[in-house]
Design a protein around this ligand. Sequence first.
Ligand code: NAP
Length: 414
Amino acid sequence: MADCEKITAPKEGSKVEFVNGKPKEIDDPTVVLMEGDGIGPDVVRAAVSVLEAAVAKAYEGKKKLVWFKVLAGESAIPVYKDVLPEDTLKAIEEYKIALKGPLTTPIGGGFRSLNVTLRQKFDLYACVRPVKYYDGVPSPVKNPEKVNIVVFRENVEDVYAGIEWKSGSIEANEIIEHINSKYGKNIRENSGIGIKPISAFGTKRLVRAAIKYALENNRKSVTLMHKGNIMKFTEGAFKDWGYEIAREEFANKTVTEQEVSEKFGGNTPEGKLLIKDRIADSMFQQILLRPEEYDVLATLNLNGDYISDALAAQVGGIGIAPGANIGNNAAIFEATHGSAPKYAGQDKANPSSVLLSGVMMLEFLGWKQAAKTIDDAYKKTIAQKIVTYDFARLMQGAKEVKASEFAQAIIANL
Ligand code: NAP
């Protein structure tokens, strides 16, 4: 990292290398750490203390995470006059693995969404959100334990690609004129315009990642969630390309729902991964009524954004939901909630989301033992009703603790 302006990489630690889209396992990975804004430093520090303790415990000092702290969000402005400094981008480019707290996007001033910029810059095409229930966490549904679903959301295409023009702009007017005159359509004057690009390439690499994950983790099914009955050439194509990749690359390991009903009397053959699809709106009903029938979901960007928060709510909300943005050459693990500025600096907010994102990072790095150690200790701590304010206000007989004390309680349970 010779050419960074204001930061120096730690001397110890090694760069993680990606081979065929997967990180090579090493003992001392350098991880780029963005504490973020608002409650970010509180929750990230609590999470880091648990991650370090679990790694030390699981590998008795043979493995170690080496943190490289960089700035992003509001906290970067006093130093760089920018919310996403070049130094930070260079650090991620070089070290490839990052853990990130929530970032405040200042309102006004022409700042783009930082998350969208990071996803596009590093081509982090899969947003992975595992949603499962921890016994004792307050939930609004009767049987939250039935939810154990991993969402693979396409992360760089769709209406989120940022290809849009304001009502009345030259570009919007030109596009409206072109479509109306050339293709005989009737888009209303002064409409705002957004483009929804969905490619075979983008769809196939996302569905491939979802199928590989399902196979590697002994999951039972992959459901393609889409609104293809209405948007045939984007969402409908996503479904078709999804089945196509299953056929082209995983024919001997997968079976479709149609094949199961036509050839196997309605029962999925032993050892086969079931590929099915559902219309997006019905999927929202399904996750409430029959969540146990769903396992891995692969979907487009906008659907994925909605369904992952809806699922997270069923198991206790975004304060606990982890997430990762994964590409073939880099990955950023992140808290899924925002910076909740009103709780900043109070050591109060729930560090679960960033901690469990850190657990995903350990699994991704191949450190499954450390990940499991935390998962077990986390379950135990919640069962002991030692929780932060957000859970305490919904649980009877809970002991409310600060973020750092919650982390200490988990460490004591490791
Ligand atoms: P928010 O920061 O997620 O906070 C909304 C509410 O959610 C909080 O007031 C709090 O509820 C609860 N909450 C969030 N995180 C929590 C935690 N760790 N522990 C306990 N409760 C938690 O959403 P926002 O207020 O709309 O956004 C604030 C800023 O964050 C904005 O600048 C936004 O752009 C940014 N943001 C960043 C990300 C990201 O970096 N990934 C994501 C979303 C938003 P109670 O008040 O009920 O306790």
